[in-house]
Design a protein around this ligand. Sequence first.
Ligand code: 8YV
Length: 316
Amino acid sequence: MPERARILQVGTLGDETDATLQAQYDVLRLWETPGGLDALAERTAGITAVVTSVRHGCRADLIARLPDLRAICSWGVGYETIDVAAAHARGIAVSNTPEVLDDCVADLAWALLLAAARRTSVADRYVKTGQWRSIGAFPLSTRVSGKRMGILGLGRIGEAIARRGSGFGMEIGYHNRRARAGVPYRYVESLVELARWSDFLVVACEGGPATRHLVSAEVLDALGPRGIVVNIARGSVIDEAAMVRALAEGRLGGAGLDVLEHEPAVPPELLGMDQVALTPHVGSATHETRREMAQLVLDNLASFLAGRGLLTLVAA
Ligand code: 8YV
């Protein structure tokens, strides 16, 4: 029997995927190694691939301990927790799991937009706690169809969100570093101007230092007292303290948030706000999508080990 490939797994990817990996490869499980990274010492020779996730990451100090490393296969479309620059500097390829989660993340953006505008979670509580009977009619909310949606970050997920907007008869605008050729949506060069134009501003760009606090107090003020911000990207993109102040002072109309700046910590002010709909970072969290994400990690790894290279490469 040929020797099984040695891989290092940073954290669990769920029982099923962990078991599949262990059945096929010689897996060193970092999270079960007493002493962690410091205890690895000479056990790292011959490890050519790391399996990780955007949650568990892969830092430069781990990369530095693996002299034979050639590939990092990560679960999740985001990779801000992986030191891609350190990997590429050594010629180590990195893969993520794009595309398979676009539809579910876009669906959730719409669920949050509808929940914040139409107050569906508040209305649900209203019915379940008997207030429909005791108080009577529910307060009026905000129309969604036919409005203007601005998208910060028109990538694959942004486009899936935009496509759904046409079913709601919406006008769509977007802001990226550069205008994209061949897309039918209005490009707005300034994010403040996009926010001023929009009824709903949806954050769908990548996380990391380059996009930190792009949605600033100024952007939120431009969105205004009737505007709603939706974030399915990363909490770091919005200046959360400024957003909480704007919501509390009525300078911002509402928010639908799947991600927060210091997860799982929630600013306590948000908990009492009916104009805010919250979900616990579950954009990709459906049975179907999570299965496909796990499979894509396994496929990337198998392709690399068979000498065919990674399938869904993170660009340099
Ligand atoms: C996950 C994600 O839901 O792929 C990503 O980058 O953010 C999501 O798929 C998230 O990592 C869960 O913690």
